[in-house]
Design a protein around this ligand. Structure first.
Ligand code: CP
Ligand code: NVA
Length: 306
């Protein structure tokens, strides 16, 4: 048996990502169509960082699939007191159907996957937020009717998990991904190279610029994220100000461009209230789609890991 994991966006091939997104669309219209966890089986949901959307959508999603969600916060587990990841993985893998983990280091997530023996899902690390990008792609497909060939501009912190996942997941979907970020906050070159290699197979592209208007110009989708990610509290952020998603910057995109933000949002910083709460914003669809996209992902991973 080969156990499939979702640790980074490019763990799904373009064809596999399309399968998951198609299932997500079906589950949105027929919420209880898939019950692979009926029994019920348990899915462990581990959180080493705060969460609202991820906690709710995975908890509700596991229940929708017939299973029992088990939320474990770092403060209440031995993992939080330094028990080795591999030991935790062996314990969880013998009793649960899957492990979903929000943590800091990607290497810890990889260690979990190496020892769990059940599917492991990245629900945000410092490096990637791939479940968010599945929901974002579902949202774009709903509003634009297609994915491949569209231009998605991401403006803000280019060195964070969302920038990396937009590059990788967007390239997988055949999007033209443009990252607009200060020269001091460029995405990891290795991730950009990986995303460009994927884009070469899908007809997409990945580019990085330090000119916000150039990034957004003519885009179909404009996305941003907080300037201060979890774990970076207290850091200076005014260097991102030219990349703030204001009405003026949004005007450089196509007139029918849609706006994404994974949330939580900080109005007046990375995005203006007029944009976040305005007619082009689809952020509440995006937040809801976490539920459908992650359910589809779990169904798919469990099916492939049988
Ligand atoms: N977008 C997102 O992951 O939100 P939470 O941090 O609330 O889970
Ligand atoms: N980049 C943000 C995403 C929050 C969902 C963070 O890591 O805090």
């Amino acid at each position: 048996m080969t156990v499939r994991h979702f640790l980074a966006d490019d763990d799904l091939s373009p064809a596999e990502q399309a399968e998951v997104l198609a299932l997500a669309a079906r589950l949105k219209t027929d919420r209880f169509a898939e019950r692979p966890l009926a029994g019920p089986q348990t899915v462990a949901l581990l959180f080493d960082k705060p969460s609202t959307r991820t906690r709710v959508s995975f908890s509700v999603g596991v229940a929708d699939l017939g299973g029992t969600p088990l939320v474990i916060d770092a403060a209440g587990s031995q993992l939080g007191r330094g028990e080795p990841v591999a030991d935790t993985a062996r314990v969880l893998g013998r009793q649960t159907a899957a492990v979903v983990w929000r943590t800091f280091a990607q290497s810890d997530l990889q260690e979990m996957a190496a020892h769990a023996g059940v599917p492991v899902v990245n629900s945000l690390t410092d490096a990637y937020h791939p479940c968010q990008i599945l929901a974002d792609l579902q949202t774009v497909a709903e509003h634009k009717g297609e994915l491949a060939g569209l231009t998605l501009a991401y403006v803000g912190d280019g060195a964070n998990n969302m920038a990396h996942s937009y590059a990788l997941g967007g390239a997988t979907a055949g999007l033209h991904v443009r990252i607009g970020t200060p020269a001091s906050d460029l995405p990891d070159p290795a991730v950009v190279a990986r995303a460009q290699a994927v884009a070469a197979t899908t007809g997409g592209s990945v580019t990085v610029t330090s000119d916000a208007v150039e990034a957004v110009s003519g885009a179909d989708v404009v996305a941003t994220d907080t300037w201060i990610s979890m774990g970076q509290e207290g850091q200076e952020f005014e260097r991102f100000r030219p990349f703030s998603l204001t009405s003026g910057l949004l005007a450089a995109a196509k007139p029918d461009a849609i706006v994404l933000h994974c949330l939580p949002a900080y109005r007046g910083k990375e995005i203006d209230a007029a944009v976040l709460d305005g007619p082009q914003s689809v952020v509440w669809d995006e937040a809801e789609n976490r539920l459908h996209a992650q359910k589809a992902l779990l169904v798919w991973l469990l099916e492939k890991s049988r």
